[in-house]
Structures are given as C-alpha cells and as structure tokens.
Design a protein around this ligand. Sequence first.
Ligand SMILES: NC(=O)c1ccc[n+]([C@@H]2O[C@H](COP(=O)([O-])OP(=O)(O)OC[C@H]3O[C@@H](n4cnc5c(N)ncnc54)[C@H](OP(=O)(O)O)[C@@H]3O)[C@@H](O)[C@H]2O)c1
Length: 238
Amino acid sequence: MAEARRRIVVTGGTSGIGLELVRRLADRHDILVAGRRADTDALPVLPEGVRYVHAPLTDPEAATQAIAEAMLKAGWVKLDNLVLNAGTGFAVEGGIESAAQIRETLAVNLTASVLLARALFPWLEKAGGTLTLVGSVAHTGQGLFPAYAASKAGLHGLARALRAEWSGRVAVQIVHPGPTRTEMHAKAGHDPGRLRDIFIPADRMAAMLEGAIAARRSPVTLSFGRYWTGRAAWSGKL
Ligand SMILES: NC(=O)c1ccc[n+]([C@@H]2O[C@H](COP(=O)([O-])OP(=O)(O)OC[C@H]3O[C@@H](n4cnc5c(N)ncnc54)[C@H](OP(=O)(O)O)[C@@H]3O)[C@@H](O)[C@H]2O)c1
C-alpha cells in the first residue's frame, strides 16, 4: 500500500542532519524548511519542490510568526510532523560562555522550540501528528558547552511535559543524537580532531532519525551502538 503523503516542517534544514533528513523525505512528502539563511542562500541547497521560510530563531517570536505565515501561505491547515532540529552552541575555554552566547544558545535551542511547539499545536492536533525535538547526548551534561547542554536538558523536560499534556492528541518525542559528522563543531569553534573520523556520518544519522520518527518512540538515543549494529539501515521509514 502506498504511504500517505505527509506535511512536515523541519527547522535547520539547510545543513547537516536536517538537510540529510529533508533529502530523504523530499520526494515522498511536502516539506517546509525554516532556516536563518536568506532565500538566495538556502534554496540552492534544498531539493526541488521543498518550500523555504527565512526564520532566524535568535528572535523566537518573529520566527514562529514567519513559520506560521508560511504554512498558511502554502495552504496547510494541518501538520503531520514538526521536526525542531535547528541547534547552535559555542565551545569556550573553561566552559564559560559570554552572556550573548548563552542568550543565543537558549533562544535558538530552547525558547524557539517551546514557542513553536505551542503555536503549531493546533495544526499538529488536526493531523494527529508528531512533534519531534532533536536533543543531544550532551543533555546529561558536557563541560565544554554548558549552555548547550542546559538547552538540550530543557528540551528533554519539555518533551516529558508535552507528552503528558498532549497525550492522545499529538505524539511528542525527544531524540538524542550522538556525535555526528556535520559542520556544527566548526561553527561552535570546536575542533574534535581525529575523533571526527569516527563520528556518525550525517546521512546515517538522518536515516536513524527518520526511523525514530516513524516509530514515535521517546526518548531515543541515536548512538554509535545503533549505527554499528546496522540499525540505521533497517529502521522504519516515515
Ligand atoms: N553534530 C553533532 O555531533 C550533534 C550531536 C548531538 C546533537 N546534535 C543536534 O542535531 C541538530 C542538527 O545539528 P547538526 O549537527 O546537523 O549541525 P548543523 O549542520 O550546524 O545544523 C544546524 C542547523 O541549525 C541552523 N541554525 C543554527 N542557528 C540558527 C538560527 N539562529 N536560526 C535558525 N536556524 C539556525 C543551521 O543553519 P545554517 O545551515 O545556516 O548553519 C543549520 O541548518 C542540532 O539540534 C544539534 O544540536 C548534533
């Protein structure tokens, strides 16, 4: 039986894990990517047919409004899956970020996620959809990135709260990737050195993420274990 076409919003879908997920889904589903890049920089990297909205999450309220408007413009009255994948962080000596870095990390990773989840709940409810929060194994604490770790721990708590609150109406899941070979570390000012070679490739992480979304389980850790045992290859499809 042919699978149903789904309407999916992906934040941070212009690079790394988000872009690989979009590439996997674009020919089977309707996708709206939200990102911080201008349209002229974003559209060339996205697969044909994928919609894009410029919505920098450093201003969570404006971004939420822009994304809601883009959905209305596309004629979407319901949403099957909201994938809050965008993330940022800053690696600093001694683990003490500046106030500006802390504000940006919490705004992008946490505040925007809370606002978007709240604002798009009615769309998700109409579809009996799924909210997917992309956390990190760092949510248990990581010395080099304390505000980043705190933001991901906050997402974990948000997922638990919304799972209880939205039970039976919208599925809520948090997915915690392990170290993945993307440009995120370089953007954060961190060089993992030769360790990077053993990080999970972004396309394999996206495959595991797709499987976790299809299974609607939570919390899920997407780790080396799952990757090396081949679970990336046979996990479910959205
Ligand atoms: N890589 C890892 O080892 C790892 C491990 C655990 C969890 N994660 C999580 O996985 C998710 C994806 O990360 P990734 O590794 O794929 O890194 P990435 O390639 O840097 O992707 C992050 C995405 O977030 C976007 N973004 C950053 N700041 C933004 C802002 N202010 N407004 C809107 N969008 C913004 C980026 O936009 P641009 O494309 O314009 O840069 C990019 O599309 C993140 O939530 C990250 O915390 C990653």
